[in-house]
Design a protein around this ligand. Sequence first.
Ligand code: SAM
Length: 233
Amino acid sequence: PPLYIQRYEFVIDFVKKNKPKKVVDLGCNDCTLLRKLKFHKEIELLAGLDIDCAVIRDKMYELAPIPTDYLQPGDHPLTIELYQGSVTERDPRTKGFDLVTSIELIEHLQLEDVDRFTEVVFGYMAPVAAIISTPNADFNPLLPGLTGFRHYDHKFEWTKVEFQTWALKVCREFGYVVAFTGVGQIPAQEESIGFCSQIGVFQIDRSGGDAPRLQNNVAEEHLPYRVLYNVVY
Ligand code: SAM
């Protein structure tokens, strides 16, 4: 399958194994990943955020219930919430999630916004787990005809070492552990190059005992994200 499908499948496999109840997809674009996730019955709250409201609106009504959602209901209702906003801003409605996904998003941010993103995701949202994917620049010489970045809107593309340096700093600062993996075949003779898309799977580090969970004082805080869609079924 194409690489973007492999990235979604990676997330879906993680969801099947870890059964998160609350999942938020950052940079959800036209909600393709969310449409796949809505069939995973353990999920109770599925949220999406993108800065581009037109792209969210494009297909968001496809997240509406279909007859089988009523014919084969899960044990609990599913809430879906879509927001327009930037990952550089803190909104209390994204706190306390079991899983945050950020698939091919960070390379679209200016580097100073990557710092804000890091603080917002790991310091403020503080999910139990996060899956972050981004292109692996080390792989670029293997892509035929590529000169420069893979996409005109990319602000940077990190090598494996650059991504891992960022990720390990996240772990030290915010109390996470990370596993590095990826999708996109590794040509046999080029294993040191790594995957075409590199992925960090972050888990909150509970080795020092359970960290106190953040209080969700939604009412007291500023809500910068705009709700575009909300459905419960
Ligand atoms: N995650 C999707 C996927 O894997 O197919 C879409 C990836 S697309 C390359 C990057 C997305 O990030 C776009 O939909 C873009 O609008 C969104 N984006 C860019 N900057 C953002 C920001 N500061 N906050 C939220 N979303 C942003």
